[in-house]
Design a protein around this ligand. Structure first.
Ligand SMILES: Nc1ncnc2c1ncn2[C@@H]1O[C@H](COP(=O)(O)OP(=O)(O)OP(=O)(O)O)[C@@H](O)[C@H]1O
Length: 578
């Protein structure tokens, strides 16, 4: 699990501008030109710009440090331990700066070349209740390119197949789903308007309707099946049933605005409903599915993948990893002959994936945002050393204590209604499945409302548990803040005392991928994540979409303190975890 350091660049140097024939290390930025002896840009110009986008001053920390040592050289020590772990693809800060400059300054979704009802659906159905909606950097970068809008950027195509291939990579909670979904639905509707088989069917349908209205009509009362029956044109693959639901809900909202038929296929959906949707005589346009379910359907009906024009592989590093790869690639191989646009998407691009893509799809265009592989600065990381007093290696106690202080702090900021307090939703991540139940039970013994979620939890139940953490609305309980006292948690438990204003989910990585936990402000890393990739996804459950968040990592005697320190430092400076 090594994150790729060249994710923004296509292989063979293709990602570099064609006219940029200079050496690779020419780029500016703390990691861009390790063997440079002079500052690679005009500092006066930067000062005059007042640290405008694209300047390295954007990467300064709150104390004004910018990742360089006292002599102005890149401070390699800062990320030494993470580099040894060497899992994420790195991007030079020069490239990040250039991307920053190239992202269009689009202020509203109206400025995209989308079908008008689709634009309206964004503020109407999809981002309901939000004011002042602006596209995020990945949306500003990817939507015009995926739409084929003239952006001034090259969009490479394979000469032989005419297929467009894109890799979208942006930080967690940055709106990647809409950045591929809007262009996809737009293309679906546009192609539908020019598809001769669909035009022919529409003509037949109108005629048949008219004929059936005649009083002396004696012919069949059923329609021939639509040409898209069991032949979807758009497929979105995601790793879990929960993500199928999540993306499916957005898709459904869009389908109300611009009419199309969609289906969600996962273990959460009954076989009867899946069959009904796939084989509906009215056809199906777009499918959101886990790879296993779709592959098993394609086993029994190989033609299911015969008309796919657009394929998205979301959380691509999961879907191409060892456990998913055989089944994902079986779908990809079958669909590839007809695919016009292939989109791979993730918040983390490990090195192995970067290399795999470079080999398999050498023409793939990489669309990466300047902050890729960094954790938003709005998320702060606190560290609790559990080897010290009062915990003395008792992580359970440290975890309960951290939750109690969050609860107490929230109670001290009472809401506007007397006797009613906001519920804080907290996620606790552990590395092993068995640990989820163990930790949850302990927390319950400490008066905390905690539940465990792991792979063996039935999928339906997983969705129910996650709902509390994904719903955007505030949650309140009737409670007297005075009952939440300052008394610290103890190893022996707190008899009769309850922390009414917190809800805790103890989970493994199962809940760390893509789940849109908008309600979560606090993430506790009970176990130190094994890789920086896990740090990004787990901490990425808080601080989504410009919200503030707080991570707390419990560091025990076995944990890599150097990595934790570097992650913290990188977060503080707003830099990538590479
Ligand atoms: N332009 C926008 N303005 C405000 N909110 C937005 C915007 N675009 C998307 N959102 C909301 O932001 C949240 C996060 O979006 P999304 O789930 O697509 O993030 P993501 O980048 O895929 O995250 P992850 O990498 O964790 O999967 C969603 O609730 C979505 O509705």
């Amino acid at each position: 699990m090594v994150l790729s350091d060249r994710v923004a660049q296509s292989p063979r140097g293709a990602g570099r501008d064609r006219d940029d024939k200079g050496p690779r290390n020419r780029s500016a930025g703390p990691f861009g030109g390790m063997n440079q002896t002079s500052v690679p840009f005009d500092l006066r110009e930067l000062r005059d710009k007042g640290g405008s986008p694209g300047s390295r001053s954007d990467y300064r920390d709150r104390d004004g440090r910018d990742g360089r040592d006292r002599r102005g050289k890149p401070d390699e020590r800062r990320t030494k331990a993470m580099k040894m772990q060497s899992s994420l693809a790195s991007i030079s800060y020069g490239h990040r700066n250039r991307t920053k400059e190239s992202i269009s300054e689009v202020e509203s979704f109206d400025q995209f070349d989308l079908l008008p009802p689709l634009r309206e659906a964004v503020s109407g159905e999809v981002l309901k209740g939000m004011v002042d909606i602006k596209p995020t950097p990945i949306q500003r970068l990817a939507i015009p390119i995926l739409l084929g809008q003239n952006t001034g950027r090259r969009s490479r195509q394979r000469d032989t197949s005419g297929r467009q291939e894109y890799m979208l990579a942006a930080e967690t909670g940055s709106g990647k789903t809409l950045s591929y979904l809007l262009p996809l639905v737009n293309a679906l509707k546009k192609e539908e308007a020019t598809d001769p088989t669909i035009a022919e069917y529409n003509e037949y349908f109108t005629k048949q309707m008219e004929a059936m209205k005649a009083p002396d009509y004696t012919g069949p009362r059923e329609f021939d099946p639509h040409p898209t029956m069991a032949r979807p044109r758009v497929i979105i693959l995601v790793p879990t049933a929960e993500l199928v639901d999540q993306v499916g809900i957005v898709t459904k909202a869009l389908s109300h605005a611009v009419k199309f038929k969609s289906g969600r296929f996962s273990a959460n959906v009954s076989a009867r409903v899946i069959r009904r949707d796939m084989y509906s005589p009215g056809g199906i346009d777009l499918v959101v599915s886990t790879p296993h379910l779709l592959a098993s359907m394609a086993e029994s009906d190989p033609y299911i993948l015969s008309r796919v024009t657009h394929l998205v592989i979301d959380e691509v590093d999961s879907l191409f990893d060892r456990s998913f790869a055989p089944v994902t690639t079986s779908i990809l191989d079958r669909a590839l002959p007809t695919i016009k646009q292939l989109v791979l998407c993730s918040a983390t691009i490990p090195k192995w994936l970067d290399n795999y893509v470079a080999r398999q799809f050498p023409d793939m265009v990489r669309l990466t945002t300047p902050n890729l592989h960094s954790i938003p600065r709005r998320v702060q990381l606190g560290v609790i050393d559990v080897t010290k007093d009062p915990y003395r290696n008792n992580k359970d106690l440290a975890c309960a204590d951290a939750i109690w202080s969050i609860g107490k702090d929230a109670a001290s900021h009472e809401g506007t209604v007397p006797g009613v307090i906001d519920v804080k939703r907290i996620m606790v991540f552990v590395n092993e499945r068995e640990k989820t139940t163990e930790v949850a039970q302990y927390l319950v013994s400490q008066g905390i409302d905690a539940v465990a979620l792991h792979r063996d939890t039935p999928e339906q139940r997983q969705s129910e548990m996650l709902r509390t953490f994904t719903m955007n609305e505030p949650m309140r309980v009737a409670a007297d803040p005075a009952t939440i006292t300052d008394e610290p948690a103890t190893a022996s438990g707190i008899k009769g005392r309850k922390l009414p204003n917190t809800k805790v989910l103890v989970a493994t990585d199962l809940a760390s991928r893509g789940i849109d936990t908008l309600a979560v402000r606090h993430v506790i890393l009970y176990d130190c994540p094994h890789t920086t990739i896990d740090f990004i996804h787990r901490l990425g459950r808080a601080g989504r979409m410009r919200r503030r968040g707080r991570g707390i990592v419990l560091v025990g005697k076995e944990d890599r303190r150097d990595i934790v320190a570097e992650v913290r430092e990188s977060m503080h400076m707003g830099m990538a975890l590479i």
